[in-house]
Every structure is written in structure tokens, then in C-alpha cells.
Design a protein around this ligand. Sequence first.
Ligand SMILES: NC(=O)c1ccc[n+]([C@@H]2O[C@H](COP(=O)([O-])OP(=O)(O)OC[C@H]3O[C@@H](n4cnc5c(N)ncnc54)[C@H](O)[C@@H]3O)[C@@H](O)[C@H]2O)c1
Length: 448
Amino acid sequence: MNVAIVGTGYVGLVTGVCLAERGNKVFCVDNNPNVVEKLSAGEITIYEPGLEDIFQRNLKKERIEFTGNLEPAVLRSQVVFLCLPTPPGEDGSADLKYILGVADEIGKILARNPGVGHKVIVDKSTVPVGTCEKVDAAIRKHLDGKFEFDVVSNPEFLREGFAVEDFLRPERVLIGSRSERAIVLLNDLYEPFLPAGSSVIVMDEKSAEVTKYAANAYLAMKISYMNDLANFCDAVGADVEKVRDGIGSDSRIGRTYLFPGLGYGGSCLPKDVKALLKTAQDAGAPLTILQSVEEINQEQRKRFYRKVERHFKGKLEGIRVAIWGLSFKPNTDDVREAPVFYILDELLRAKASVAVFDPEAMRNVKAKYGDRLEYAESSYGALQGADALIVVTEWNEFRKPDFKLMKSLMRQPVIFDGRNIYDPVKIRERGFLYHSIGRKSIEAHAPV
Ligand SMILES: NC(=O)c1ccc[n+]([C@@H]2O[C@H](COP(=O)([O-])OP(=O)(O)OC[C@H]3O[C@@H](n4cnc5c(N)ncnc54)[C@H](O)[C@@H]3O)[C@@H](O)[C@H]2O)c1
């Protein structure tokens, strides 16, 4: 099948490359000439495990092309996926200018080419309920009513860091449409991806749009609940990691998204929680629980940073801090809404000197902070002369470091672990002063 992808970022590039891998001909459109130029030249623009290989293979086989020109891509394709940004506006609502701008252009293209045949326009971006109707109206206003097209909601559930795996073997595919023709076409497109046991779920457009937000808000709620619980554990002398294990073994609860830490970040959960809050408020049915989810998330990084301040008695000027991990989670270079920014800003405001290391996200942080930070070539390089290490992202390579070497490099053996990746007892036995989240009781009682 011929498919157009509009917006070639995390979702668009993964979608395009994976559809090409299953034999479709894919035209990826992006209005950033830099993105088009790089991808056309075989240079991948984002980091996702496994993406580079399939990207190169399909580029070589000419199953995927990159262009800045929407018109030929739309005309040659039966299905057009919108994988465009939906950033938060000032009031928290999702800004639809990219989606509706492209819908308007598609309407004009179809009006100029009346004999081009049926098109399915698929909204893969995360958008508020009612957006399919708006996209339909934005296209339809250019047409005389005779042109046949369908607008479908097909929210994307891929996880950054596992995006290729998730797209190639999805747990479920959601199609929001009442058009039999569109449903059959998308079923055909997705069929080769569906492993035994997973299924296409079909519903109306509005329910599909709500489902995506409902899923992300639920995950955010689990994270904030655990962070709130971690603070409670600190107050009463319990160990949140034991509690996590205890509740996660209950199949009604499950083990995922129960890890206390610095709070959620990334391009999805923060903006999606805000957008859902706003839509619900506007609809006169406020989702009050989400207000707390959002507040806990903002407070969590501040609360963690206060531990650093307390340790240095508020005097961070001249203190040298190493940071391990910058991306909002491991296995991605994505730093959008990453909790690390709050910590970096506070450290710089306090005039600490900061050396950072991340396996993939250094370039994206350098673009924002320039020479205000030191960018180490390795995790150990960042520790040279450090008065403290702050672990921000739980990349695997940070989990079992050479503690002896770390101690020999650091000026003071102090660790603030924002992801609870070390055992408080063992780490104190190795001679470190250790602070983590929701485990104050064991940190205090572990032997020094
Ligand atoms: N990143 C994720 O993990 C993820 C997962 C599920 C859903 N989503 C949703 O998918 C959507 C896209 O997210 P993303 O992370 O891929 O965004 P992104 O910012 O990585 O990519 C968007 C791309 O669209 C391009 N673009 C902007 N305006 C354009 C236009 N008029 N014409 C052509 N290209 C244009 C940009 O240059 C960019 O390359 C968002 O709604 C997001 O919430 C993201």
C-alpha cells in the first residue's frame, strides 16, 4: 500500500520505517528541511533502539522517501497519517495549529485534484476529543461535497525506548472510525504487525481520542501515586521499594509504572495530563484526581533537590556536581520536559559547577545549555573531582558501576539517587553517603 506520513519525528519516523519494513511504499513529509535533508542522506535524526538498521535497509530498497512537499505524497497515497506535534498551549490545552494547518492544506490539494480517488486521513497525534470532526471540517470546506475521504482516529501507544518493538508487535491497535471502508483498509495495513493474542479494537472517533488520554493519564497517576507514597514511607519509616514489590505482585495492580523517582517527563505524559485536565474542565466534568497527579509530579523534583540543598547546608557555590542521565527515561535521547532541567537550573542558579553524562541525550542538552555545563565523555569522566553524584536517569550502564573507581575519582563520596537503582545498605558499606527516595529508614540505619 502507498502511505504518506506527515511529520517525521519520533512517531512519524518510527511509523514510516516500520510500515516500509512490511513492504509498503512510504512517503515521509516534514516541513523542517534539515530533517528531510538528513534522512534522505541516510542520517538518522532520533535515537531509538533498533531503528537505524531498518531505516537503512528500507532506504536502500527505496521503500521510504523523505520530502518537504506534501502534495505529491498525498496524491500518491491511499492513507495519510498525521504524526504532528500537539504541544500544550498557554492554558494547557493541546495546540491544534499543526494538525488543522495540514488538514487545511490537504483540503486544498484534494480540491485541486478531484479525480485522485478515496483517501483515508489518519490522526495518529494525541489530540483532544472532537479533533477528528475538526480535521474533517477543515478538509471538507475546500471540497464540493462529492469528494470521498474519511478521517480516522488511530492513537499511537508506542513507548520511546521501545518504539520499534512496540510498532512491529503492538499489544493493540486502536481504530476510531465509523467508516467500514476506512476500517477495512487500516485492518489490512496493520494485519502483518499483529501477533497472536493482540487485536485491532474498533470504536467511534471520540472514544478513541479519549482512550489515548485516559491511558496516559492513568500511567501518570500510577507514577504520582508511588511518589506520594514514597514520601509517606519516609515519614513513617517504611521502605517504598518493599511496598512496591508487595503491591506489584497483586495481579489486579501489576508491576509496571510503580517506580518512585523524580516524576514523569517526556513529550507525552506532562502535556497529555494538562490537556485532559483542560478538556474535562471545559466540558464541565473536571477530572479532579488529575490535578493532584500533576501537582505531585511538579513537587517531586523540588523535594528531591531540597535533599541536595540540605546536604550542602544551602551552600552550593563552588561545589562540583556530576549528573548521570539527562533523558527523561533510559533508551532515548528525548529530553522534552525532562526532570533534569529543574535540577540543572537550580544547581546553576546556586553557582555549582556541573558535569553531565548521558549515553544518548548530550547533544540535545548541549543545544539548550551550551558551555554552562561540562559534557563528560564517560560516566566516570563526569565524576572527576565531584562533591556529589546525582543519578537522574536509570540507564543500564549506571546500575552496576565500579564503586571503587567512583570513590577514587570523587572528592566526596556522596550519591543522590533519583531512581533508587542502588541498594542503600551495600552502597553505605562501600563508603558512600547515600540519599534515595522513600527509603530514609534504611539509609539511616545501614552500617557506615
Ligand atoms: N513521542 C512519543 O513517544 C509519542 C507516543 C505516542 C503519541 N505521541 C504523539 O504523537 C504526536 C507527534 O509526537 P512526536 O513525539 O513524534 O513529535 P516530534 O516533535 O518528534 O515530531 C513532529 C514532526 O512534525 C514536523 N512538523 C511540524 N509541522 C509540520 C508540518 N506543517 N508539516 C510537516 N511536518 C511538520 C516537525 O518538524 C517534526 O519533525 C504528538 O501528538 C504526540 O503527543 C508521541
